[in-house]
Design a protein around this ligand. Structure first.
Ligand code: HEC
Length: 379
């Protein structure tokens, strides 16, 4: 039997979060970074290889520093942990300045605890200290404004143990995840999300018990732009249900049963920008073909995928070959220089011997023909 206290706790969390209490990155967090951090981590300066002046910059930071922002775990996230170090700790941020106010620190903590999303609310530009948004990409349609979910639909979905939060405060766009009940999530749970099909834009089903039987329900969530299916039992059949999703930009299939057939099918998802395929049967060639087919798409096969290893080694090969050739030339030149120095030394040694000999010769007769006593040869 599922544990009731856990279920209640997640329901309580879900209902507080789904009233507009969620921290909004754009209006609440970005201004803190702009005021206290951007001097060193901004558009002009990237100390510690970190910039915090835009969502894109923070995303890059997350790539460069794996523990910068761990969704739902502020204590493990450098972005929060560095703020609450003892005052004399040299790693405390902002460096060399007074600590942030308790209110700001708590906002950042809550924001990360809620998932640390970087989605920018479509608030008036004046409020946003962000740089201009990334250029609108390719011919992917804009998602129309979504209608608010009905309270009944919200309740029905929350009753599955889902955590339902708006993407930013006041937004009708919803993010659904199962932080405390992954183990209980099945294909039926996915079917139970359908009442919110119009509002769910981010869905995290990672690590759940879903199978390919969930595809038909998933297909109805037509507004999805972010879908986590990693570490589940889904395969090509599920992916075949996703191919008509107009806005799907992020798809994580890490550690699933998908094969190259999924990659072929995903060619029809024009919005796709990020596709994760670590530890799957997907091939390097199919991944490259898909990237080529879909502009702006980055397929991630994982660091240890044989094709990726080959690419990395091939690049390194070229570099090391060039290095090796340069070193060989340098060695050749050094050898020549050494030979020439040796020749010079030998020649001068020979000459030295000759000069000494000649001088000795010159001195001999003078000694033999000793001047008579008292006679001064030289003044
Ligand atoms: C006066 C300059 C300065 C200011 C202001 C500043 N930082 Fe830093 N920060 C640095 C330097 C230098 C480093 C690299 C050395 C280090 O890791 O301590 C750094 C490193 C970091 C790192 C570690 C990155 C990593 O994972 O290696 C984080 C996180 C960070 N800063 C966050 C912040 C935040 C958040 C603020 C604003 C509240 C801030 N910093 C303000 C100078 C600054």
């Amino acid at each position: 039997m599922r544990s009731l206290p856990v279920l209640f706790a997640s329901l309580a969390l879900a209902s507080t979060a789904s009233t507009s209490l969620a921290v909004d990155f754009n209006t609440e967090i970005a201004p803190i970074f702009a005021a206290h951090c951007a001097g060193c981590h901004g558009a002009d300066k990237g100390l510690g290889r970190l910039r915090l002046h835009s969502p894109e910059a923070i995303e890059q930071g997350m790539k460069d520093h794996s523990d910068l922002l761990i969704a739902k775990d502020p204590d493990k996230s450098e972005l929060y942990a560095r703020l609450v170090l003892p005052k004399d700790d040299s790693k405390r941020m902002p460096k060399g300045a007074d600590p942030l106010s308790e209110k700001d620190v708590n906002l950042i903590k809550q924001w990360i605890a809620e998932g640390g999303t970087l989605v920018t609310a479509d608030a008036p530009a004046a409020e946003a200290p962000m740089e201009e948004a990334a250029p609108a990409k390719k011919d992917v349609p804009e998602r129309p404004k979504l209608e608010a979910a009905s309270p009944e639909a919200m309740k029905a979905v929350e009753a599955t143990g889902a955590l339902v939060i708006p993407l930013y405060s006041g937004s009708n766009e919803l993010r659904v995840s199962f932080p405390s009940s992954r183990e209980q999530v099945t294909d039926e749970t996915v079917a139970a999300l359908v009442p919110l099909a119009g509002q769910i834009v981010e869905l995290d089903l990672s690590g759940t018990k879903i199978t390919d039987a969930c595809g038909e329900s998933l297909k109805q969530l037509v507004n999805l732009d972010t879908l986590h299916l990693e570490k589940t039992g889904v395969g090509d059949a599920t992916v075949s249900w996703l191919v008509e999703m107009p806005y799907l930009a992020y798809l994580n299939l890490h550690s699933t049963k998908v094969t190259d057939a999924s990659l072929e099918a995903l060619k029809s998802v024009a919005a796709l920008e990020k596709l994760y395929l670590w530890q799957t049967a997907a091939s390097y060639d199919a991944a490259k073909a898909l990237e080529k087919h879909t502009p702006g798409l980055e397929v991630n096969l994982g660091w240890d995928h044989p094709g990726v290893v080959r690419e990395r080694l091939t690049e390194e090969l070229a570099r090391v070959e060039a290095e090796n050739a340069a070193a060989a030339t340098a060695l050749e030149e050094a050898k020549k220089a050494m030979e020439s120095a040796e020749a010079t030394q030998k020649a001068s040694a020979d000459r030295l011997g000759e000069i000494k000999k000649q001088l000795e010769e010159l001195n001999k007769p003078a000694e033999e023909a000793k001047p008579a006593e008292g006679e001064q040869k030289e003044a």
